[in-house]
Design a protein. Structure first.
Length: 117
């Protein structure tokens, strides 16, 4: 699916704010069947500083989960992963994985909230 102009502008804004201007980043929306139950997925090619960010399509987001209605939050979350990629433990699982994801989500929410204030 194509990405809308608004999300493309958000990518450019957050890419600059997070110091990722030297990365070649793309973002697109995907249907739920392509997302493995995740609201966002990123494929990183660190050797060429490129990443493809896939966001769950707006019409597939769960109405029952308010956090699942904000693709900008998912975008910022994925951009933080890219920013931290070189120090991110690739083999983290269990409690370490959960702690890392919670920390990134907290930071993403704080950035979004301060931007919208």
């Amino acid at each position: 699916m194509e990405i809308d102009e608004l999300m493309e502008n958000k990518l450019k804004k957050w890419q600059k704010r997070l110091g990722l201007l030297d990365w070649d980043l793309t973002v697109c929306f995907r249907d739920a069947r392509d997302m493995d139950q995740y609201p966002a997925r990123t494929k990183i090619q660190e050797n060429i500083q490129a990443a493809d960010i896939r966001l769950l399509a707006k019409n597939d987001r769960q109405a029952s989960d308010p956090a699942d209605k904000d693709p900008e939050l998912d975008l910022v979350h994925e951009l933080i992963h890219i920013r931290l990629w070189s120090i991110d433990p690739k083999d983290a699982e269990g409690a370490l994985y959960t702690c890392r994801e919670q920390a990134i989500e907290w930071i993403a929410k704080a950035l979004i909230e301060s931007d919208r204030a």
